[in-house]
Ligand binder design. Structure first.
Ligand code: AQP
Length: 348
């Protein structure tokens, strides 16, 4: 069995406001993982994914800075982790193309995210949106990342990434052996979805059956990481609930998606778990619970938002972090893509 270096890769698209779902589902995990010295950490701002739907160029630049500022403000440290924007490392596109030729149409046809995003308009969507999971597999396998911290919405894409790695390893098994790469060229990446007490999916504040998302039309459905404290309070006060008091046991959250969501958010921000939250608030009305949740959210998210806003004023610094990170990423990515080219039979 080929041994792979323990390496973490993940990314966020600069396609909308950075919200609490991105923070709890992804960024907070990045911060925890970078302190485990057994891992190398690579965190990307995936701008090439962002243009799979139309983006205003000036706003794309701004959002790229904003996602980077969110990484830095939350504690992703460029001294410990490589932070860069995807389009600066051309090897992502090169491997992405090769994977377009490895993945099967039938596999992509099963991707629920494309179906959700395209709805009835699939004929009018970009080819890039359809092929997005292949580029995502390239992002990950370009570094032979063994682990990918993501929210639960990305599970299916991670399974596809493993299918692509497996098919490549099988299709080119002879060349991989002949060229001295051992039994497997690409690793089978593990998703890191369940992570301590973090919710795997943060839900929309107005509809607990939908995920919190940057593309939801109403800003009241999500908490943006740089919302000021008044806005945070307003959104949480208006968050949908039901008429009953909070239950005392976790089982009592069954069938109450909005209650479960607010309790899970509280637990994640307080570094505790749902039962501990219910031990404190079970039997109380939402009004009291929301007051405590607002105080907690302002205390935990407020400083990150303030730091993001401060960093955003220094574009040159953020850009330098991304440039330095891209140089370090290229050192890992370019030799790998050269090896892939040799394996598939390209003249190099
Ligand atoms: N609601 C969520 N709960 C938990 N994790 C989430 N993530 C996103 N939303 C939630 C995680 O954040 C990371 C980056 O996501 P992305 O950039 O790929 O964007 P996305 O998943 O498409 O996020 P959005 O905000 O929902 O964008 P739209 O509206 O365009 O679909 C991933 O790890 C993701 O799991």
């Amino acid at each position: 069995m080929t041994q792979f270096t323990k390496r973490v890769f993940s990314g966020i698209q600069p396609s909308g406001k950075i919200h609490l779902g991105n923070y709890l589902g992804a960024i907070q995990k990045f911060v925890l993982l970078q302190d485990d010295e057994s891992f190398e950490n690579i965190y990307c701002v995936v701008d090439m994914h962002a243009i799979t739907v139309a983006q205003e160029p000036k706003i794309l630049r701004e959002r790229t800075l904003e996602v980077t500022a969110a990484y830095l403000a939350a504690g992703v440290d460029p001294a410990k982790s490589i932070i860069f924007n995807q389009s600066r490392v051309a090897a992502h596109a090169e491997l992405g193309w090769i994977f377009n030729c490895v993945a099967r149409l039938g596999w992509l046809n099963r991707m629920t995210q494309f179906k959700d995003k395209a709805g009835k308009n699939s004929e009018r969507m970009s080819v890039g949106l359809y092929a997005y999971p292949n580029l995502m597999a390239a992002d990950i396998l370009l570094y032979n990342a063994t682990h990918v911290p993501v929210g639960d919405d990305q599970k299916q894409h991670l399974e596809l990434c493993r299918d692509i790695a497996q098919k490549f390893n099988n299709d080119y098994a002879d060349e991989i052996k002949e060229l001295g790469f051992g039994e497997q060229f690409f690793c089978l990446t593990e998703p890191l979805i369940d992570f301590g007490n973090k919710p795997v999916r943060v839900m929309n504040l107005r509809d607990g059956t939908k995920k919190m998302s940057s593309s939801a039309e109403s800003d009241m459905t999500r908490i943006n990481m740089n919302d000021d404290s008044d806005t945070l309070a307003k959104k949480l006060k208006k968050a949908k609930t039901d008429p009953d008091a909070l239950p005392s046991e976790v089982a009592g959250l069954e069938g109450r998606p909005e209650a479960r969501n607010l309790v899970s958010i509280f637990a994640a921000l307080d570094d505790s778990d749902n039962q501990t939250v219910l031990n404190q608030f079970g039997g109380q009305q939402f009004r009291e619970f929301k007051t405590a949740l607002i105080d907690l959210a302002v205390a935990k998210i407020g400083p990150i938002g303030d730091e993001m806003n401060r960093l955003m004023k220094d574009e040159a610094h953020i850009n330098q972090v991304l440039k330095d990170g891209a140089e370090r990423a290229r050192v890992l990515a370019e030799p790998l893509v050269q090896d892939v080219k040799k394996i598939v039979g390209f003249m190099v």
